[in-house]
Design a protein around this ligand. Structure first.
Ligand code: PLP
Length: 393
């Protein structure tokens, strides 16, 4: 079927963080919402149908995962990405950030060091620091406007025996890089040689454009698989984050048991009844929707980039390989952090994420979520253009 991503969906009584928490986050409600990383689009019809059917059953008690749930997930990764996931490696967890935090708490010791590659999704800082582990930064480098990994810096940092893990963002939020197989091999070899394991957050793995290819880190070789824990989820891909279901792939039995045990102690081992049917439907029948979505998002990305090039040239944007997040380089606006955030909120009246939230190296940047209908983007860009023009006067 043909999906209409141009449609504007009424969000009244949708109880959405992106819309209903504008005032709490930005101090005003009259903003175009291009911040929280979920989409303004209706999810795929097979997912909606599966939830409706389940809702109509009228019984919402404790759930039990059928084999078909695991099979749908494994088959998707095998077919689309050549990643053969064994059922005994899979653990359900409510969300990827919960998984990252539990892995850090259960598999490392207080005082251990964990590497992250900044600028990066802000919870990566919190899951390390708030769990009393030491954060080590391996900042990404910008080469000709594109983020690349700094292997020389990494090699200096992994030799510290206290460094136990690296949290990888593959694809990278907010940098938009879909790491190539070669880049991942180089990273993995450095980590393996130095006994550093990789926790790979691959939640954006399906959101890839323009002939680029997402490679699951653990799919590269048996050795890479055994040296990694992978966090996967249908929630970002299919716009079902509110259903709270994700997967952790843990080939190491000791680590698997630790995470399984803590999920049991917290009593969060089960899916809710709607995620159970929605995730299975997504992996079985969601591909047609996803292909159309990717086409629409790629055009949105090009639309914003071209608009800025032609009409707001002080804002520079590199086309990302993946994710629906644009990383706006606002250096030429010549503002300090608070001033830059306030400019977008109070002058342009557009809600974006401030780059500094992704680490110090995010200074001068703003992150824009373009997973919305093109007319919303057009409205936001006109407002930004007007505000920048006013500055120049
Ligand atoms: C890299 C990354 N990991 C995890 C998440 C959140 O995942 P979850 O809602 O499953 O915790 C996001 C959301 O934006 C993300 O960008």
């Amino acid at each position: 079927m043909q999906y209409n991503f141009d449609a504007i969906i009424n969000r009244e009584n949708n109880f959405s963080a992106k819309y209903d928490e504008l005032g709490k986050k930005f101090g005003r409600d009259d903003l175009t919402a291009l911040w929280v990383a979920d989409m303004d689009f209706m999810s795929a019809k097979p997912i909606i149908d599966a939830i409706k059917d389940r809702a109509e059953q009228g019984i919402y008690g404790y759930t039990s995962r059928p084999d078909s749930y695991y099979e749908a997930f494994c088959e998707w990764y095998r077919k689309r990405h050549g990643f053969n996931i064994k059922k005994e490696w899979i653990i359900h967890s409510p969300a990827v950030v919960s998984s990252l935090s539990l892995i850090v708490r259960e598999v490392t010791q207080p005082g251990d060091k964990i590497i992250i590659q900044t600028p990066v999704y802000h919870p990566f800082f919190e899951v390390v620091e708030k769990n009393n582990r030491e954060l080590v930064k391996n900042p990404l480098k910008k080469v000709n406007g594109t983020y690349v990994m700094d292997y020389e810096d990494l090699e200096k940092k992994v030799i510290d025996e206290k460094v136990k893990f690296l949290i990888l963002c593959n694809p990278h939020n907010p940098g938009g890089r879909v790491w190539t197989k070669e880049e991942l091999i180089r990273l993995g070899e450095i980590c393996i040689k130095n006994n550093v394991k990789v926790i790979s957050d691959e939640i954006h793995g399906e959101l890839v454009f323009g002939g680029k290819r997402y490679t699951p880190f653990a799919s590269i070789s048996e050795e890479f698989c055994n040296h990694s824990i992978t966090c996967l989820s249908a929630t970002k891909t299919f716009n079902i984050a509110g259903l709270q279901a994700s997967f952790v792939v843990i080939p190491n039995k000791f680590e698997y048991d630790k995470i399984d045990e803590i999920l049991g102690i917290l009593d969060i081992r089960r899916n809710n009844c709607f995620s159970l049917v929605a995730v299975e439907a997504a992996y079985k029948y969601g591909e047609e929707w996803l292909e159309q979505l990717l086409d629409y998002i790629e055009k949105n990305i090009e639309y914003v980039i071209n608009y800025c090039k032609e009409r707001i040239p002080k804002i520079k944007i590199n086309k990302p390989d993946g994710t629906y997040l644009l990383w706006l380089d606002c250096k030429e606006l010549g503002m300090e952090d608070d001033e830059l955030s306030s400019f977008f909120i109070n002058q342009a009246k557009v809600a974006l994420n401030s780059g500094i939230g992704f680490g110090d190296d995010g200074k001068d940047y703003m992150r824009m979520n373009v997973a919305c209908s093109r007319s919303i983007l057009e409205e936001a860009l006109k407002k930004i253009e007007g505000a920048v023009n006013k500055l120049e006067k």
